[in-house]
Ligand binder design. Sequence first.
Ligand SMILES: Cc1ncc(COP(=O)(O)O)c(C=O)c1O
Length: 391
Amino acid sequence: MNYRRLFSSDVPSFMRSPVREIFRKVDLSAICSFAGGYPAAVTFPVEDLKTLPGRVLEKYGTKALQYGATQGVPELREAIAARYGVPVSQVQVTTSSQQGIDVCTRILCDPGDVILTTEPTYLGALQSFKAYRADVRPISSYRQPEKGVLRIDAPEPKPHYKFIYVIPDFNNPSGETMTLEERKEIVALARELDIVILEDSPYRELRYSGEDVPTIRELAPERTLHLGSFSKIFAPGFRLGWIIGPEELLEQIYVCKQALDLCPPVFDQYLAAEFLTSGALDANLVKTKAEYRRRRDLMVSLLEKYMPEGVKWTYPEGGMFLFLTLPESIDTIEMYDEALSKGVAYVAGSFFFLDGSHRNTMRLNFSFIAEEKMEPGLKLLGGIVAGRLNR
Ligand SMILES: Cc1ncc(COP(=O)(O)O)c(C=O)c1O
């Protein structure tokens, strides 16, 4: 049967994740892989989870196994609202923050509408934006029209701006954090265009050094949809996240989510609510941050030891990633096969740029790789880079 003739006109816009393609082709567990973005399994609260389900069943009975409210179960919404100091009415629970990105795009974007984003940016967000056939542009194309596709005074067609997408805290892939000034600039631009800001913040609670910077939502609550996630502070397998935002926008998301999944997973939500309100989440977070801080510091010291001169990297104050910029002569896509054949994997940085530029960059993850593989992996990578520079 020819299935293709039945596919919707959206299907050609779907974009495969290059990161997941890497996973499909290679057994990354057999090599030193800095490619994925998974949390370390040791951060999962396995001991708590041996008793948590029983406690949930005792406390909530069969309610925990029933369908639940589309906005999320009240106990979890209240716990999230209390943690972040917002009214419960401004909290929508989502089936992961990836769904948060998708549902926000779905309610805001028609094909051809413009989304502005900082770069490098999160691939999963680009996948959602493309699926809705949005016109995704770098913010710089607005501020410096001569460098991009857009002129503000362009007669026709007038771009239909919908939102600005940003990852202000410990960006995936760059690991960088936006300063207060940079956040204020985003808010000023959103106010100038009178559009919404999608603040994607799954790593915010994973800070290892430096000081918290106010969220964009705190600076502009009237126009920010702030996305949070339990994936990095509990476990990604539960697929739970949340959106904090203006009630009118949440109302539309609520209706949209009815068609998507009726409600987020109810049992998982009760587990998360118990985990949070009992204090176990904060206790686990202390251990998680200590683990990741150590891994970050180890990676930075190993890069200093093994990378040849001319290689630069970001210093992440939190999150799970670090971004390398190599000398211009090196193309990390082209270098990838050599790296794999020698036993080390990374993600080429150009995947995170809208125009595929920055081919001399790469993303390295420090949360997932077995710690004992970090040194051999970075030694290998440093050797490959050095070999290319000496050619
Ligand atoms: C910036 C960013 N947003 C969203 C997500 C998706 O997280 P979740 O597991 O909550 O869907 C990720 C996952 O890596 C991410 O890096």
